[in-house]
Design a protein around this ligand. Structure first.
Ligand code: AHR
Length: 494
């Protein structure tokens, strides 16, 4: 292999908390993200509880999903909450104009979403309708969900839920620069102030308000939003997708790619570091105390949709490459954990870089799912800075350090180290000097696969899955790890 990697783990200078909300999931009314992927009430042959499929819910519970963002995405800015409450037969059937032009039965509405949260054990991140809704409609939705008393609380009770729900996070629209209304930043910031005014939490509760943030490197957007509306906000979002093969529209295949496509996508994932650094610098100017968090509430790979799938459904397979895209992002968030206190990969089930794919009654866990599972100790752990000096991995015009990593002291008191080898051809030996932590043993798991595009299918669901790893050892206060090519290793120090 190439030259080894030298690293230092600074357990003696712990950083901020790695917020569990960085593992937020995003479920939009898009393709089979909700209908079919979660909600299967019309197919009783699929084992389910109150309409939600048991297999998917169990898999999500196993990830300790902290928060789910719903109902969009672009869908949110044309969603009218009143159409999704009350008897199902009376709910209007709409057209999902943004995603595939299919009918939207409104079978999953507010009550069903909170039932999903109950089953998964997650909190609500509601995206409100700024695009074609009114501040009144938004205010009444918040009241319907959270008010202990009043006509809307009575209506909620008549619809089956007497107790108010908690809405800890509320998005004031989505992508107001695009599908949320094609607004200019000044206008969007003013509109955000106006709508946010009417998002009111009942006494004794809090609703954190998150503004629709920038698209990729639109720093003017962040600047304007922070300057004009920052005082009224708790968070500002950022959306950035990895689009190999030249950007928008997505044209790169999810599975049928070569090493060029591998390196292109991983370089794209690494770009998140620069984006966060620069958006953060602007936020620091207006909010030096870092009161307002950056919510990277849409990220991940967006490829051409799989051949033969419904147009507008954004259905894509998920390979070992996606696992690396995920680990690279999660490591970047560790380096910015003081400002990035929420993120949401897009999306949870059957859409874009999904955790889970379903078809009828079949379900499969993706390589990305396994990364989220391996990084579970990061949830509310304390970031331990790790400096990594790795050799370069290069393919064509794409050049990057071959090793990505992050570390935490988890809530269970143990120290965890994640290391990814981005090089698909060569193993890499990493020597991590340990400062401020005494360890005598190490154990862990590795996620890798035979090919860069290895993936899991309904017929072969375990091609890419974590297995126990014996390539790490500790001696003389240092951790030595031999990372296989194209792999992710998560270690527990003992
Ligand atoms: O995640 C798919 C779409 O990407 C979302 O609806 C939108 O917010 C973004 O453009």
């Amino acid at each position: 292999g190439g030259r080894p990697t030298s690293a230092t783990l600074h357990a003696d200078t712990p950083g901020p908390v790695y917020d569990r909300r960085i593992f937020t999931q995003f479920a939009e009314h898009l393709g089979n993200g909700i209908y079919g992927g979660l909600w299967v009430a019309d197919d009783k042959s699929i084992p389910q509880t109150n309409g939600f499929r048991n297999d998917v819910v169990a898999a999500l519970k196993n990830l300790s999903v902290p928060v789910i963002r719903w109902p969009g995405g672009c869908f949110a800015d044309e969603y009218h909450w009143r159409e999704g409450i009350g008897p199902k037969a009376k709910r209007p059937v709409k057209v999902n104009t943004h995603w595939g032009g299919v009918t939207e039965p409104n079978a999953v509405g507010t009550h069903e979403f909170f039932e999903l949260l109950r089953q998964v054990g997650a909190e609500a991140y509601i995206a409100g309708n700024v695009g074609n809704g009114t501040p009144q409609e938004m205010a009444e939705w918040v009241e319907y969900m959270t008010a202990p008393a009043g006509s809307l609380a009575d209506l909620r009770a008549r619809n089956g839920h007497k107790q108010p729900w908690a809405v800890p996070y509320f998005g004031v629209g989505n992508e107001l620069w695009g599908c949320g209304g094609n607004m200019r930043p000044e206008y969007a910031a003013d509109v955000t102030r106006r709508y946010a005014t009417f998002v009111k939490a009942p006494a004794g509760t809090r609703i954190l308000k998150i503004a629709a943030g920038a698209n990729v490197d639109d720093y003017t957007w962040t600047e304007t939003m922070m300057r004009v509306a920052g005082d009224m906000l708790d968070g500002v979002s950022l959306h950035y997708y990895v689009h190999p093969a030249g950007g928008w529209p997505p044209r790169a295949p999810a599975v049928d790619f070569d090493e060029h496509g591998w390196a292109d996508a991983l370089a794209g994932a690494r770009r998140m570091d620069e984006l966060i650094t620069r958006h953060t610098a602007i936020m620091d100017k207006y909010d030096p105390k870092k009161r307002v968090f950056l919510a990277v509430d849409e990220w991940g790979a967006w490829y051409a949709q799989d051949p033969g799938t419904h147009p507008g459904f954004l259905r894509q397979q998920n390979t070992l490459r996606d696992a690396l895209i995920a680990s690279i992002h999660l490591d970047i968030f560790a380096r910015h954990a003081d400002r990035v206190r929420m993120s949401a990969i897009a999306q949870m089930v059957n859409v874009l870089q999904a955790m889970i794919l379903t078809e009828g009654r079949k379900m499969v866990l993706t390589p990305t799912y396994h990364v989220f599972e391996m990084y579970k100790p990061w949830q509310d752990g304390t970031v331990l800075p790790i400096d990594i000096d790795a050799p370069w991995y290069a393919k064509d015009q794409f050049t990057m350090p071959a090793v990505s990593g992050s570390a935490v002291k988890a809530k269970d008191g143990k120290t965890y180290v994640a290391l990814s080898n981005l090089d698909p051809n060569q193993a890499n030996t990493v020597r991590v000097k340990l400062t401020g932590v005494a360890a005598s043993g190490v154990s862990g798991r590795v996620l890798t696969a035979p090919a860069i595009n290895s993936h899991n299918t309904f017929d072969a669901p375990d091609v890419v899955r974590p297995v126990s790893f014996d390539g790490a050892s500790i001696s003389d206060g240092a951790l030595s790890v031999t990372l296989p090519a194209k792999s992710i290793v998560v270690l527990t120090l003992q």
